[in-house]
Write a protein that binds this ligand. Structure first.
Ligand SMILES: *[C@@H]1O[C@H](CO)[C@@H](O)[C@H](O)[C@H]1NC(C)=O
Ligand SMILES: *[C@@H]1O[C@H](CO)[C@@H](O)[C@H](O)[C@H]1NC(C)=O
Ligand SMILES: *[C@@H]1O[C@H](CO)[C@@H](O)[C@H](O)[C@H]1NC(C)=O
Length: 271
């Protein structure tokens, strides 16, 4: 009888161990001496057996991941003991070193953390009529700034500065330097910036890129005028279709009858 009980104990503990050895137990025995077989994340039944609960749940055994690593990589998997993680560079660059790592039982990583290949920015495309305020290079490091200026009478359209990003792209496309426009009217006034002016009174008879110019057009049937606006875009400014440049004779002999000088149409007159 005694022998039978002994055999049973030996046999059952053998079975318990061999069962656990199929998949590595995360915890084969604990400090209370009770044998807990927790295979593949199964939950312990310590409570059901009426044993004392540990005062606090034991913190998960993890390997440390420094902030620098977390900021550089996207990490696949978790850092718990006995598991592996995979790295990929957030910048999209290739990895230098091992792309996989294993969290060892003593909470250290099997391999050192890898690094990401440094990416460089290629020279941005040239800006016509612009100056680059930087040393010209064949490649630029992350964080490098290029400042732009436009030649006299050209207007900067876009960012004044672009920065090389760590993924090898520029923070923005380079800007454009946009040309001024000649006001395509001579013998009638136009409205620029809310002011009614003779084109020859405007500096160089030109407006900057992006400026709106309102031209006076004559009503097809009535003796009144209305305005039609056009925008200067990089040196191109056209008169609206309704605008008719007065002749030299009209301008000299009947200045008060020029289209920009007659009364403006009532709102109802213009469709
Ligand atoms: C660890 O990752 C596995 C799968 O990647 C997941 O099933 C498990 O819940 C994770 N564990 C923790 C503690 O986050
Ligand atoms: C952790 O364990 C590994 C493998 O068992 C060993 O090589 C390493 O030296 C240990 N590290 C520390 C800090 O104990
Ligand atoms: C680089 O990063 C910026 C901002 O995070 C993003 O807009 C851009 O598409 C990225 N470029 C490449 C080549 O991944």
């Amino acid at each position: 009888m005694l022998l039978q009980a002994f055999l049973f104990t030996v046999l059952s503990s053998f079975l318990l161990i061999s069962f656990c050895s199929h998949s590595p137990p995360s915890e084969a025995s604990d400090k209370f001496g009770a044998r807990d077989c927790v295979c593949g994340g199964g939950s312990s039944t310590r409570q059901e057996r009426g044993e004392a609960q540990p005062p606090e749940p034991a913190p998960a055994q993890i390997c440390p991941l420094p902030g620098e690593v977390i900021n550089t990589f996207s990490i696949h998997g978790n850092a718990t003991v006995g598991t592996s993680i995979r790295y990929s560079c957030l910048s999209g660059a290739d990895i230098v070193g091992s792309t996989e790592n294993f969290c060892q039982v003593n909470q250290t990583w099997l391999h050192p953390h890898p690094a990401c290949k440094k990416l460089f920015c290629r020279p941005p495309k040239e800006v016509e009529q612009g100056y680059v305020v930087a040393v010209q290079k064949t490649e630029y490091e992350a964080g490098f700034d290029i400042h732009y200026l436009c030649k006299k009478n050209y207007l900067l359209d876009g960012p004044q500065k672009i920065t090389c990003l760590s993924n090898g792209s520029w923070s923005a496309s380079p800007p454009h330097c946009r040309a001024r426009c000649v006001i395509p009217a001579e013998r009638s006034r136009v409205v620029i910036g809310g002011e009614k002016r003779w084109p020859f009174d405007v500096t160089d008879a030109m407006v900057p890129h992006g400026e709106n110019v309102a031209f006076y057009c004559k009503h097809p049937k009535k003796q009144c005028s209305f305005t039609a606006a056009q925008t200067c875009f990089d040196g191109k400014l056209q008169t609206p279709e309704c605008y008719l440049e007065p002749t030299w004779l009209q301008y000299k002999l009947f200045p008060h009858r020029l289209v920009s000088e007659i009364e403006t149409c009532a709102p109802g007159d213009v469709e």
